[in-house]
Design a binder for this molecule. Structure first.
Ligand code: HEC
Ligand code: HEC
Length: 215
């Protein structure tokens, strides 16, 4: 039986990934914790957006990392952050998580990566990780003109290097982040409050454009 599963893993990569996503949807639908799980990560990051999509690492992310929440983007975190985040996830996949009953209920049918797969996964996540902004190269980060960016963009991950995209490309990424914020905020069930500071998208885009990648 095991060899058959292994064979399916090798031959049916993308189809299997689709099955995993479908299985996760069903798990969320069946679980009283589904609404919480579905909000952990946002849905905007599609499998087609994974770097080196056909590589073993990308396939393993699609195999293991959609079992409890939407697909994670390796570029969400800087390289140093991935090993501890990954370890936290493996503990859960192995049924030793700190969310007790929740994960025990969810565990039926959840698979954990084998040690060799774990090595490939961590290597893939760190290789395609976020490059953090270097304050030595962009001292303006500590000035008031960078405040909107600084406050908004390090809530979920490190401040990204503005050189990652061109001035023309950034607004679409920032718009996706706005949607991410809306989606992930609802994990804690809070509605946007009128008294909270508003997201100053214009200032954020202006700062990013100023330090962005040249054409
Ligand atoms: C068994 C369920 C389960 C699986 C499988 C799983 N996760 Fe998670 N993940 C969670 C839970 C629960 C949370 C929310 C609590 C937390 O952040 O630890 C989470 C949160 C996250 C977050 C957001 C929190 C942060 O620190 O940024 C990322 C990123 C993430 N997981 C990545 C992954 C990756 C990569 C994989 C595959 C290697 C994976 N997860 C597999 C359960 C899982
Ligand atoms: C609510 C949490 C959250 C906040 C706040 C947030 N992000 Fe993100 N960010 C994410 C998540 C989740 C991902 C991975 C999924 C994705 O790419 O959409 C990500 C990924 C990224 C990436 C990598 C995308 C890629 O593939 O190149 C960049 C760059 C980025 N964020 C920039 C920003 C900027 C700029 C801001 C401030 C406007 C910001 N983020 C605020 C959650 C957040």
């Amino acid at each position: 039986m095991r060899w058959l599963v292994a064979l399916l893993l090798i031959t049916a990569g993308p189809a299997l990934a689709a099955d995993e996503t479908a299985a996760a949807r069903k798990r969320w639908a069946d679980s009283p914790y589904g609404p919480m799980l579905e909000r952990i990560l946002p849905p905007g990051f599609e499998p087609s957006m994974l770097p080196q999509r056909a590589s073993p690492g990308a396939r393993l992310v699609q195999r293991y990392c959609v079992q409890c929440h939407h697909l994670p983007n390796p570029a969400m975190h800087e390289a140093a952050k991935w090993p501890p985040v990954f370890e936290r996830m493996v503990v859960r996949m192995e049924g030793r998580g700190n969310m007790g009953k929740l994960m025990a209920d969810m565990m039926a049918g959840v698979a954990a990566p084998k040690p060799e797969e774990a090595r490939v996964l961590v290597a893939y996540l760190t290789q395609h990780a976020q490059k953090p902004l270097d304050p030595a190269r962009i001292p303006e980060i500590n000035s008031p003109t960078a405040e909107a960016f600084r406050l908004a963009c390090q809530q979920c991950h490190v401040l990204p290097d503005p050189k990652r995209y061109t001035a023309k490309e950034w607004p679409a990424v920032v718009a996706r982040m706005e949607r991410n914020m809306e989606w992930m905020n609802r994990v804690v069930g809070s509605a946007p409050s009128r008294s909270e500071p508003q997201l100053r998208v214009d200032q954020i885009n202006a700062f990013l454009a100023k330090h962005s990648k040249m054409r």
